[in-house]
Design a protein around this ligand. Structure first.
Ligand code: ZN
Length: 232
């Protein structure tokens, strides 16, 4: 596995509140300390993220947006965009693709980070698969070409070429980031999602996973990704 270089601008597409911190929280926190601008798009409203029937849906949506905002602040993310698509309702369609293309054209990232869409061995959440596929298409060729979503260009956005996409949760990782200096920020960010942990401490599990990944690359703690680079 190869170590990642620190990009100038990074954009996270997270399907649900709390996915990004587990997947890339240490990496982006480290990059932010090194001067990277990081932006985050939260795709769903998180309404399905409870097994407690007494939690009203609207309350949960507000709570999870607030928790994501708090976690983003802990990591140092510059701005969070909430798309508020129904939890479980992400589709590979022009609606989601248009939202992601618009974010790419607005924030102009060198690197996009999101969930791995392709698994052979394990099942993954439909929203995770969907946003991975749509994010890759949004990077290339949709954000790059002026004739895709031309209304965005008319409104003043410019086409943008993303350098690479990094998928967390991959069965075939080929890149890593040593997060020894940012593991505590990652865990602190994860802890902001209180509605998802209900008194449990997510720290130990997160630390153990980072340690396991670190063992694969000779670091104490690491996050690992599958990278796809786009033709410039
Ligand atoms: Zn999720």
């Amino acid at each position: 596995m190869e170590p990642l270089e620190t990009p100038g601008v990074a954009l996270i597409f997270t399907p649900h509140a709390d996915d990004a911190e587990g997947g890339c929280g240490g990496t982006v926190s480290k990059w932010i300390k090194e001067g990277t601008e990081v932006y985050l798009v939260l795709a769903t409203d998180g309404r399905a993220g409870t097994s407690n029937a007494e939690v009203a849906t609207n309350d949960l949506v507000d709570t999870r947006e607030q928790e994501q905002a708090d976690a983003a602040r802990v990591m140092g993310v510059k701005e969070v965009v909430n798309l508020r698509i129904h939890d479980g309702g992400l589709e590979d369609d022009a609606v989601l693709r248009g939202h992601l293309v618009e974010a790419i054209r607005r924030f102009k990232p060198d690197v996009v980070l999101t969930t791995e869409p392709y698994h052979r061995l394990n099942h993954s959440h439909r929203d995770h698969r969907t946003i991975g596929v749509v994010a890759q298409d949004a990077c290339y060729p949709y954000a790059r070409d002026i004739y895709h979503f031309p209304e965005q260009i008319d409104a003043g956005l410019e086409p943008h070429k993303v350098g690479a996409i990094l998928f967390w949760g991959s069965e075939d990782p080929d890149m890593f980031c040593d997060i020894g200096e940012s593991i505590e920020i990652k865990i602190e960010a994860l802890k902001q999602h209180k509605s998802q942990f209900l008194g449990r401490d997510p720290g130990e599990g997160s630390r153990n996973r980072a340690k396991q990944n670190g063992g694969k690359v000779g670091a104490e703690y690491a996050e690992i990704f599958r990278q796809v680079s786009f033709r410039r």
